[in-house]
Design a binder for this molecule. Structure first.
Ligand code: MCA
Ligand code: AMP
Length: 503
């Protein structure tokens, strides 16, 4: 037995003085220091009583220490469950209960609110702040760095990442050692990452993009990361002269292009810019090349599948497409109902099979079965076609999902909450063009007879319940929702009607 993820990503760097994580004059941590910290965290987890196979939920600011908790989990055979820092307490409660986490690690500022939730769920609670301080750090300081690496099978879980569902209930995507290592290997190869690379890391580390695509790839390549806590335009522009590569969501690139300091000189030395998590507009791709001389390399993936396709490193990076299937990953485009492959050039749903595809949804075997075909292909819900040269071109989504600034928002979750509010008869939530976030959320409500519409009141009622980024940028009222003859709400008409509301 061995521990595929630890042996591939972390172990090779034991004792290395090379800088792994740094951020201006704030911190600089070598691989050896990072792994020693992870070893001490592993021992602290043991002292708390966390065992191999247990789940740990982490909702803290991004920091080297938070990433070291991930490394410690891998080493201890514990399943890592990172949570968006924007989630409210009721949202966190669901994840903790559903996953049966035995430990919750949170920022000291949220401890009072989360402690009763952890206690009720039978979980321990420890704190960790963005500077690496807190009750967990106090425990960690008392430990030694020596820790045995726990054996894991390659199909054992390394992480659970929750994705919202079209039914409104979040599902925990179970990711195995094999899923993560195979994808990191494919990306290092395709994107030519080496130990000479320095990556500008301004993404959150609670999602696939920042945690696996960025951090796992750099660990495997043995490079360094400028590890910034959030995307801050000034800090990113300051750091660009010191890096070889950057990974971002389209909003990063549109914000950079809106700043006159971002020019050819600033990035002439760069090797690679990649984009993903949301569609990169062809016009952004073109403007970026005109400004900098670089063509952004766009790729496509999902929490459930890690990365699926990528534009080529050599060869044409084609605007408006997400390129070709990664090595060992099979992609086909099929009719939604029958599952039959469509003719080349026709639009259908992307289906994917390969070592990158997750093991299923945590404790939801029926949901899992619904999303797979009998021959093992996973149905993504993304609509696409192959262009004349075989590039995958995403044209829309079959699933009712809004992607705003790279974050997923499921209309159903919001509609269920809105429908419960006093005075609301029914609601429909749609995504419309948003200048900064690509898509922004608009909620359309129909009020009960005699009830009056007060946008601020409805918005206020949502505030405590769901993360800020999911909340509608505007709530509007209509006398009735447009429906087709089957009674189904015609969201396309709402999207047309409110197309200019947030642009
Ligand atoms: C922040 N706000 C948002 C978003 N982010 N609203 C809608 N969509 C968003 N994405 C709201 C806040 O609630 C706040 O509202 C206001 O905007 C300003 O918040 P602030 O924190 O200052 O925003 P920011 O720092 O400018 O953040 C924008 C951002 C961030 C940098 C684009 O959202 C971000 O880092 N996005 C990356 C997401 C990501 O990594 N996705 C990968 C998922 P108010 O002012 O009203 O309070 S993984 C994935 O999708 C797959 C696997 C893949 O292929 O990668
Ligand atoms: P998530 O469930 O958060 O992992 O989001 C996955 C979804 O993001 C995919 O199913 C796509 O709809 C979308 N996505 C990711 N990358 C791209 C891309 N390059 N272009 C268009 N959509 C993308």
């Amino acid at each position: 037995m061995a521990n595929l993820l630890f042996d591939s990503l972390f172990k090779p760097h034991e004792g290395s003085d090379k800088i792994f994580l740094t951020n201006a004059d704030k911190f600089s941590m070598s691989y050896a220091e990072f792994l020693e910290l992870a070893g001490r965290i592993s021992n602290a987890l043991g002292e708390i009583g966390v065992k191999s196979g247990d789940r740990i939920a982490l909702q803290t600011a991004k920091s080297p220490h938070a990433l070291a908790v991930y490394a410690a989990c891998v080493r201890s055979g514990v399943v890592f469950l990172p949570l968006n820092t924007a989630y409210t307490a009721p949202e966190v409660e669901y994840f903790v209960r559903d996953s049966g986490a035995s430990l919750v690690i949170c920022d000291p500022g949220s401890a009072a609110e989360l402690r009763p939730i952890a206690e009720q769920a039978g979980a321990n609670l420890q704190t960790l702040d963005g500077a690496g301080q807190g009750s967990l750090a106090d425990l960690v300081a008392k430990q030694t760095a020596d820790f045995e690496i726990v054996d894991r099978d390659e199909d054992d879980l390394a992480a659970i990442l929750y994705t919202s569902g079209t039914t409104g209930r979040s599902k925990g995507a179970m990711l195995t050692h094999k899923n993560l290592v195979s994808n990191a290997r494919a990306l290092v190869d395709c994107w030519r990452f080496t130990a000479d690379d320095v990556l500008l890391h301004a993404l959150p580390i609670f999602h696939t993009h920042g945690l696996f695509v960025a951090s796992n790839v750099m660990l495997l390549a043995g490079g360094s990361m400028i590890f910034q806590p959030t995307f801050n335009l000034d800090a990113v522009i300051d750091a660009l002269p010191n890096v070889t590569s950057m990974m971002g969501v389209p909003t990063f690139y549109t914000r950079l292009l809106a700043d006159p300091r971002f020019d050819r000189n600033l990035v002439s030395h760069m090797r690679l810019f990649t984009s993903g998590s949301a569609p990169l507009l062809a016009e952004t791709h073109i403007e970026f090349e005109a400004r900098t001389g670089h063509r952004i390399l766009e790729r496509y993936g999902m929490t459930e599948t890690n990365m699926i396709t990528s534009n080529p490193y050599d060869g044409e990076r084609r605007a408006g497409t997400v390129g070709f299937a990664l090595p060992d990953v099979e992609v086909r485009i099929c009719e939604s109902d029958s599952g039959k492959e469509v003719a080349s050039g026709e639009i259908g749903v992307i289906e994917v099979r390969g070592p990158n595809v997750f093991k299923g949804y945590w404790q939801m075997p029926e949901k899992t079965a619904e999303e797979f075909r009998d021959d093992g292909f996973f149905v993504t819900g993304d609509l696409a076609k192959f262009d004349e040269d075989g590039y995958v071109q995403i044209v829309g989504r079959e699933k009712d999902l809004i992607i705003s600034g790279g974050y997923n928002i499921y209309p159903k979750e919001l509609e269920l909450l809105l429908d419960e509010l006093p005075g609301v008869l029914e609601s429909a939530v749609v995504g419309v063009p948003h200048a900064d976030f690509g898509e922004g959320v608009v909620a359309v409500v129909v009020m009960q007879p005699k009830a009056s519409f007060d946008e601020a009141e409805l918005a206020g009622a949502l505030r405590e319940r769901i993360a800020r980024f999911k909340q509608p940028k505007q709530i509007v009222v209509l006398d009735e929702l447009p429906r087709n003859t089957m009674g189904k709400v015609q969201k396309n008409l709402l999207r047309e009607q409110f197309a200019d509301l947030l642009a």
